[in-house]
Ligand binder design. Structure first.
Ligand code: NDP
Ligand code: 5RP
Length: 469
């Protein structure tokens, strides 16, 4: 029997992430306790950590040292409120509650407000790395009550992944809901990264007729260069896998409808709310929604015409163009994600460090990539960079890749291969670098039908024209 008040930290929710985070903490010498509604999970946790698994939150809290530290890894939304409601009367000023789930940042903001005056220190921490990362070292993005940081810093930094320079991929992000906002943007970028990789795969398959095993080699090769990243690496692995039943590539027997839990959608909604241009992130969400209407697509395929061209092109040359296009689209997606962070920073006065955030994503998380070190350096050169695209390093990379992105988008369009994220990345790039856009005509249209007024290039003020004589 454990003595009372002997545990350093307690996990609430011992599912995919919670149990592995608990094992990670246990492996780092911390005394971890855990609770889940399901008895089976409590027992699994107890047998794997050797700790007793309390049968109630009351028992769980009673076993913690003070100040008590609780890490919630329950599904986002109502379960977090339910746990907090039960926990609140059990806690004292100075106790710390960390929500490590994929919580919508506005919910974290609300909970912080609700806890104001209670003395309970609340932290919204984005955690990324999936099941494996939780066990071996995730990226952790905590934000909220800064008074909690000195107590939880050694705990969270101990279990976090480490970048190549040895820095832990866990650092204080900022006040309020900034930790969960940063995780939401991470996931928005994750959606775009995944979709552009899928489009690269689809173009190689549809235009070049490459087999899964051949594409696996291509992705493995790409993973040794500028595109080196967790997602490109797992793509090479996935494409090499054989289905034991059909004996063909496993990827070929997987249904082409993507699911989603909502973080990419939230990132896109927030981009619209804050007036940030993030089309590649949004198109990655829409690519999932159109994939979900599979029977409608099958019916439309028999009705809607497409191009009749057959593809001609030299294979190695096209593969290299797709590689460059993928790099260009990836940079555009990251640029959009960082624009979203910058807008939130202005809106909520969080004083975010974009370089530090890029540093947190260098290891442990799903979007970890070689590129993130370059992003970190870009913000070290200029913390107030207007857009990642105009950093001299990235402007140079885009110079080398933008033509390939155009060629690939043109190939996709001419041959009727859907590539929405590539296409929107190019449109984003061209719009952002356009000194002049057709919005002059748009303003005139608004003024025509709604007397909304327009500004003139040659003098200050707002003007209205009586368009209909
Ligand atoms: N899976 C992943 O790769 C990642 C997930 N996340 C986020 O982490 C959070 C947890 O995810 P994940 O571990 O995958 O989810 P799981 O569903 O695997 O685990 C959640 C656990 O919480 C339990 N639970 C629900 N309500 C309560 C409660 N009131 N008290 C105690 N336990 C409760 C659930 O029990 P029951 O099943 O009985 O409801 C379940 O065992 C989510 O917000 C998720 O979005 C973040 C990063 C990566
Ligand atoms: O947060 C994560 C990784 O960073 C999760 O894996 C997330 O749940 C994936 O999102 P979705 O289910 O919408 O694809």
């Amino acid at each position: 029997m454990e003595p009372r008040q002997s545990f350093d930290i307690a996990l609430v929710g011992l599912g995919v992430m919670g149990e592995n985070l608990a094992l990670n903490l246990h492996g780092h010498g911390l005394k971890v306790s855990g609770f889940d509604l399901e008895e089976r999970k409590r027992e699994s946790f107890a047998s794997r950590t050797g700790a007793a698994a309390p049968r109630s939150l009351q028992e769980l809290v009673a076993g913690l040292r003070t100040p008590r530290v609780l890490l919630l890894m329950v599904p986002a939304g109502a379960p977090v409120d339910a746990v907090l409601q039960e926990l609140r009367p059990l806690l004292y000023p100075g106790d710390i509650v960390i929500d490590g789930g994929n919580t919508r940042f506005s919910d974290t903001q609300r909970r912080l407000t609700e806890l104001t005056g209670s003395g309970i220190l609340y932290v919204g921490a984005g955690v990324s790395g999936g099941e494996e990362g939780a066990l071996r070292g995730p990226s952790i993005m905590p934000g909220g009550d800064a008074q909690a940081w000195p107590a939880i810093k050694p705990i969270l930094q101990a279990i976090a992944a480490r970048a190549e320079d040895g820095e832990p991929c866990c650092d204080w992000v900022g006040p309020g809901a900034s930790g969960h906002f940063v995780k939401m943007v991470h996931n928005g970028i994750e959606y775009a990264d995944m979709q552009t990789i899928c489009e690269a795969y689809f173009l190689m398959r549809q235009l070049l007729g490459l087999q899964a095993s051949e594409m696996s080699e291509v992705f493995a090769e790409w993973n040794r260069g500028e595109l080196s990243s967790y997602l490109v690496g797992i793509t090479a692995d996935i494409l090499s896998r054989t289905d034991p039943e059909s004996r063909g590539p496993l990827v070929d027997v997987i249904v082409d409808t993507a699911e989603q839990k909502g973080t990419g959608k939230w990132a896109s909604q927030v981009a619209l709310d804050l007036g940030v241009t993030a089309p590649t992130i949004a198109d990655a969400v829409f690519a999932r929604t159109v994939s979900a209407v599979r029977s409608e697509r099958a019916a439309a395929a028999g009705v809607l015409a497409g191009p009749k061209l057959s593809f001609r092109g030299e294979r190695a040359e096209v593969v290299e163009k797709i590689r460059r296009a993928l790099l260009a689209a990836k940079i555009c997606a990251y640029a959009q994600g960082f624009q979203l962070l910058a807008a939130a920073d202005r809106e909520y006065s969080w004083d975010l460090s974009f370089g530090r955030i890029a540093g947190l994503w260098r290891a442990g998380c799903i979007i970890r990539a070689r590129l993130l070190e370059d992003i970190r350096r870009a913000y070290a050169r200029d913390a107030k960079l207007a857009n990642l695209l105009v950093d001299p390093h990235f402007a140079g990379v885009m110079e080398g890749c933008q033509q390939a992105l155009r060629d690939v988008v043109a190939m996709a369009a001419l041959h009727g291969v859907p590539a929405p994220a590539f296409m929107s990345a190019l449109a984003y790039y061209d719009s952002y670098r356009a000194p002049r856009l057709p919005a002059n005509l748009l303003q005139a249209q608004r003024d025509y039908f709604g007397a909304h007024k327009y500004e003139r290039l040659d003098r200050a003020g707002k003007f209205h024209t009586h368009w209909v004589e």
